[in-house]
Write a protein that binds this ligand. Structure first.
Ligand code: NAD
Length: 420
């Protein structure tokens, strides 16, 4: 009998070792040798993915002395898949992620001449990975533009499936665009559309907003976080962005009323001092939030926001602590968590053993945390911090920091392993 009942693959052979992660009573059931599907990625993916695997294997070995290990299983997407299977996103890769519930990927270049704009977007849509989660905090030794990068410790939950990013738009002057313009004018009485305007639609729903905020509040509860902040532009867009804020509060205060309190309650009922175990739910207007992350970062912890605001805020916050090269991320839903390097393929550096594997390594530590292997995650993060603090860094950080020693991608990974 197959070790993986129900796994139907057409292009790949199943994994040779390991067991699938299961689910029991809502929680993950993780075997001692879980199968972790991985996609090497295009461009610098071939440099950073082996570096990431080396660090993860060493951290798991160090933390559990050989009683646990990862059964890596390569699946394909991007250029490698196009060469082997004739398409950039083989169906088997989607099947694998659904079956094994987790995965990790290097960066993927955007295919030219295929039916979708971006493989990353295709993954999110096909697997309904509705939340993009980006923890952002500073690692000691990383050059940062702000004065107190150590105050930044936030986790952004960005809605992934709707808002202006749903891609519903019409080009200026096309018959469809003119038809929509006329419909809006004639049927709905809209007056302020210019004759030559291009048009876009911004769908935002209570259902998509609520599942995102639910995930954010649960995360805050599980990780003992003091607050969840809903970020929006409700002052300008009453029903979409305003809806986001309203539905967000509804989830927090109705579904999690025993732990969530508002800022007003905090002031009126608790004298401004948060009682242990309570989560303060706040909301901020997006432009003000862009100031807050620079001026008062210590006041924010978990943030939830719609797609467009999340795009801007994730990158701005990552830049404030030293840039995207080190930011980890995951796209997820209630069943699947797909971890990723958040930068692109950096084609100029591909295959030169130069790129910084930090983002992918930190994403892998999120994966370890996600499956409950906290000791291994902590081992890897601490060793990486020590390596950067000691000044052994890849070219991108070396050129920004005096007194550091430039090392290759693989040498950085070796140094991290040596620091465990
Ligand atoms: P990029 O992230 O590849 O590069 C931006 C800059 O950052 C470049 O100077 C690059 O050299 C540098 N850089 C990126 N990663 C680095 C690393 N690990 N170490 C050191 N330096 C690094 O973005 P881009 O140039 O806009 O895009 C290149 C390709 O990547 C495009 O095909 C794009 O579609 C794709 N892309 C993929 C993802 C993804 O898979 N998540 C994200 C962004 C872009």
């Amino acid at each position: 009998m197959s070790r993986f009942p129900g796994l139907e693959l057409k292009q790949y052979a199943p994994p040779e070792r390991g067991e699938a992660i299961g689910r029991e009573d809502g929680a993950l059931r993780v075997p001692d040798e879980p199968v972790v599907p991985y996609i090497e990625g295009d461009g610098v993916g071939r440099d950073i993915t082996p570096a990431m695997r080396a660090v993860v294997d060493a951290a798991v070995q160090r933390a559990y002395g050989g009683t646990r290990r990862i059964a890596w299983w390569e699946i394909h997407a991007g250029e490698k898949a196009a060469g082997r299977f004739g398409c950039s996103l083989p169906e088997d890769s989607l099947t694998a992620l659904k079956y094994f519930r987790i995965g990790i990927k290097g960066p993927l270049s955007t295919p030219v001449g295929e039916g979708f704009r971006s493989i990353n977007v295709a993954f999110r849509q096909r697997l309904n990975l509705y939340a993009c989660v980006r923890p952002v905090r500073w690692l000691e030794g990383v050059p940062a533009p702000v004065k107190r990068p150590q105050d930044v410790d936030m986790v952004i939950f960005r809605e992934n499936t709707e808002d202006l990013y749903a891609g519903i738009e019409w080009e200026s002057g096309t018959p469809e665009c003119l038809k929509l313009r006329d419909f809006l004018r004639e049927e709905l009485g809209v007056r302020n559309i210019r004759d030559d305007a291009a048009l876009g639609v911004k769908p935002m729903s209570p259902s998509a907003t609520k599942r995102l905020v639910r995930l954010a509040v649960r995360y805050a509860m599980e990780h003992n976080r003091p607050s969840v902040t809903l970020v929006h532009k409700a002052n300008i867009m009453k029903f979409t962005e305003g809806g986001f804020m309203k539905w967000g509060y509804e989830v927090a205060l109705h579904e999690f009323g025993d732990v969530c309190i508002t800022e007003k309650q905090l002031a009126d009922e608790f004298g401004g001092v948060r009682p242990e175990g309570k989560i303060v739910v706040k909301d901020r207007i997006a432009d003000s939030m862009l100031q807050q992350i620079l001026l008062r970062p210590a006041e924010y912890s978990v943030l939830a926001m719609a797609n467009l605001n999340g795009d801007y805020l994730s990158d701005a916050l990552a830049a404030s602590v030293g840039g995207l090269g080190l930011a980890p991320g995951v796209n997820m839903n209630d069943e699947i968590a797909f971890f990723e390097a958040t930068h692109g393929t950096a084609p100029k550096h591909a295959g030169l053993d130069k790129a910084n594997p930090g983002s992918l390594i930190l994403s892998a530590t999120l994966l370890l945390e996600h499956i409950g292997w906290k000791e291994a995650a902590e081992t890897a993060v601490a060793a990486m911090e020590r390596t950067i603090r000691d000044g052994a860094v890849t070219y991108d950080l070396a050129r920004q920091r005096e007194g550091s020693r430039e090392v290759s991608c693989s040498a950085f990974a070796q140094a991290v392993v040596g620091n465990m």
